[in-house]
Design a binder for this molecule. Structure first.
Ligand SMILES: [Fe+2]
Ligand SMILES: [Fe+2]
Length: 197
């Protein structure tokens, strides 16, 4: 794998992700990244952007408790996790060396992944933004139960490594969809990228 390429594993194992992803759960983060990969393959959306956005989409979650109990109703009404998540994911992506255009694109997909804050009212979603929202919805359970499903961090890493390989092989072997990519010049997985091999 190319050394300069920012992998899902690099993101998952960073201290920013280790601090914030557990609040919405590693299970939901990894499952959403896996769902995003499948949807990206079906829809011809970039699997690199889709899986990273899927993995980080809920990095903006916070503990939202009322008298020691998770208050899902209030959270649904008032939380701003999409806004916090866009900022946190952007910081993490830039820190790891992601291209600036790609980082902004993924931050916006995270900002618009849910209408829990009305930031996406009257917004025409791009294919990536719609995909991240759909990947999230695929794993949703009543009253946010999907956030309470627990897996070991080691299992999350194993699954994300597998996904890294699938993303890598897909982009390196099947670049038809990359031809007109607006981030071609900064993508380190494409042959046309400035750091491609
Ligand atoms: Fe969310
Ligand atoms: Fe989510």
């Amino acid at each position: 794998m190319l050394m300069e390429y920012v992998t899902l594993e690099t993101l998952l194992t960073d201290s920013i992700a280790r601090k914030h992803l557990p609040k919405a759960g590693y299970y939901h983060a990894v499952s959403s990244a896996e769902n995003a990969f499948e949807l990206a393959m079906e829809r011809g959306v970039c699997v690199d952007l889709a899986t990273k956005s899927g993995l980080l989409h809920d990095i903006g979650h916070t503990n939202w408790e009322n008298q020691g109990e998770w208050d899902y109703e209030s959270y649904n009404e008032f939380d701003i996790h999409t806004i916090k998540g866009a900022e946190r994911a952007h910081e993490l992506l830039i820190l790891k060396g992601e291209g600036l255009g790609k980082a902004r694109c993924m931050a916006l997909a995270i900002l618009f992944h849910s209408n829990s804050s009305p930031v996406n009212d009257n917004v025409q979603l791009t294919p990536l933004q719609k995909l991240v929202s759909d990947a999230d919805d695929l794993g949703k359970e009543e009253d946010g139960a999907h956030h309470n499903i627990e897996i070991e961090f080691s299992e999350a890493v194993q699954r994300i490594r597998r996904l890294d390989m699938l993303v890598y092989h897909h982009i390196r072997n099947d670049q038809l969809n990359c031809k007109d990519c607006e981030f071609k010049s900064e993508c380190k997985l494409q042959d046309g990228g400035s750091n491609g091999t």
